[in-house]
Structures are given as structure tokens and as C-alpha cells.
Design a protein. Sequence first.
Length: 382
Amino acid sequence: MRQILVATGVDALGTGCYLAVAPLYLLKVAGLSASETGVAFSVSAVVGMVCSVLVGRASEQTRTRHLLPWLYAVQGICFLCFPLMGSLTTALVVMSVAATAERATAPVRAALISDVAGADRHVCIARMRTVQNVSFAVAGLLVIPVLVGNGRSGYTAVTVINTLSFFLAALFLTGVKPPEKEHAQAGSQQPQRLWTALRDRRVLTSMTVDAILYLHVSVFLYLLPVWIATETRLPKVTISVVFVANAVVVGLLQTRVSKGLNSIATGRRAMIRAAWLLSGSCLLLLVVPHFPAFPAAAFFAVAMVLLTAAEMLHSGGRWAVSLELAPPDRRASFLATFNTGLNVQTIVGPIFLTAVVLGHHSAGWLGLGGIFLMASLVALAI
């Protein structure tokens, strides 16, 4: 587990640096237009969503411990090819391959953790989440000089750092020894259809709730920066402060919040509570534009506390539900299928939220809060 956690932290450090400058790299270094950049991200996300399920299935036909280092290595090779991206076509090819490996990494890694940690898998996955958030917080600080400098060399340096992080992560994972039971399972797996999991009502229900709750990511990364700049009196630096604070708090408390979330029942309750907290956050955010900066900042701070608590409950709850629903011999492909809801939200979430909330003021936040409340009702059927 220590090797897996170190590899995860190294990966998250490089990825966090890259995500902060990804659009700017395509614009300023690769020479793509703004519209071409949007197309590259959207198309690669769709390709990665579809192909990650196939990769998850392939990991079961081989061995998850062998495939995970290769997934990191493929991402490293893709980033080595970034300097070759001078057109939309080459960008689509490189970014689609990278997205496929990136989307497949999470379920394959979770399956490996489950095999290695056994009954402690829920706690270990919570620790993984903690490591990721600490690395993201550090990455956010590291890229500040790059963003301030706004130069090609800085953006290129970030992609080099990300490339090295993938190869280092792969190197750490080559020493992970699999449990003995994997040898017994490898020869006994029976062919299964990729989408068998979607026939289960509880799986479909949990995927739906998971996708809705994951809207908090799009709220945090896409909606709030635009909303703060256009509809509130809050200073624009607010979102940067909140981003770092969120990463630190989740890094410190995720493991503690996830304790005891080790069954479908406890996971379901956590997801329901997360939905309630997200609804409460929306109610607070709708009043922020109606106050001057200081009281508005107070309402906003409380709303962010609720959103962060919801994020931790949702994270612990979704892993508890998905790991307990997953068949042991098909865990990687099941988790990849389960992540389809997350992947769909990642693609449509920003567009959906800007259409629902921006420009509709209080009614938009009320509508979003109502969506989260409906998700809590749907979660009762998990």
C-alpha cells in the first residue's frame, strides 16, 4: 500500500500542475485556437470514457498489478508527444490516448488496492484520496510562478514535470507484489459482457446519484469562478484561497470522515447526507450577491464548508457502495463502468450548470439545490 500511495501522490502532483495550465498550453504552445482547445478536451473526454471500460476489462484478463504501471507509462509517453501537437488532429490523437489511460487508472488502481488491502480497502482508498488532495494543494502553489510569468517555457516545464511524474509512478508500482489469491482467480475467470453491471437496478441507481452529486466538482472548478466575477462583490482571489483551503481540509479529514463507510448501507447514508449539504450550500450561495463584500464573504465561507463536507461524504460513500456492489472477479471493469456517470458529468456538467445557474440568479441556485434534494430521494433506492 505504501508504494501505491507514493505512486498516487507523485501522479497527483504532476497532474495537478498540468491541469492548472492545460488550456493555456494548448493555446500558447500548441497554437490551437480557443474553439479547437474546447473540441480537443471534449472529444478526448468522450473517447476516454468509452475506452476506459475496455481497459478495465483487459486488466481482468491480465493482472491489475501489471496493467497499472503501463497505464502510467502510456500517459508519460503521450506527454512526451505534446511538443508534436501543432494541429487539432494531432492534439485529438495524443489527448484521446492520454485520456483513455487516465480514465482507466482510477478503477484499475481501486481494484488493485482492494486486492492488496482486503477488508481495509475502504480506509486505504480514503488515504489515497488524502494523498491526492495534499499533492493537488502543493501543485496549486508550484504553478503560481508559471501563471504569473505566462510564458511558453513555463508551460513546457509543467508538461515535463507531469511526464516525469508518470514514469516515476510507474517505477514505484513495479515493486508491488500481488496477493496469492490472484493466481487462483486468474485462470478461473469466466467471460462476462462488459455492460452486465448496467442490468442491476442498484448499480444504475447508484451511478445516477453519483453523477448528480459529482456536479459539485463542476460547481467548484467552473461555475464559481465565473459567478464570483460576474454576479458577486467578492474579490476574484477568493476562489484561489478556497481552492487551496479545500484541498488542505480534504487532505486532513478525508480518512476520518470515511471511517465506518464500509457497506452499502453506510455508503448510501453518506451520499444522502452529501446531497443535503450540497442543497444547503446552494441556499447560502443564492443570498451572496445580495450583500456587500464582508457579509457576502461570511455566507460564502459557510457555503464552502458545507460543500467541502459534502465532497468528503460523497467520496467515502461512493467508494463504499461501488466496492461492495462490485463482483470480486470483475472489480476493475465494474468500477470503470460505475465511473461512467462521473465521466458523463465531467463532459456535460460545466455546460449544464452555466445554463441553469448563471443569469438566473436566485432561481438558478434554488433549482440546483432542488436537483441535489431529488438525488437524496433517489439514493434511498440503492
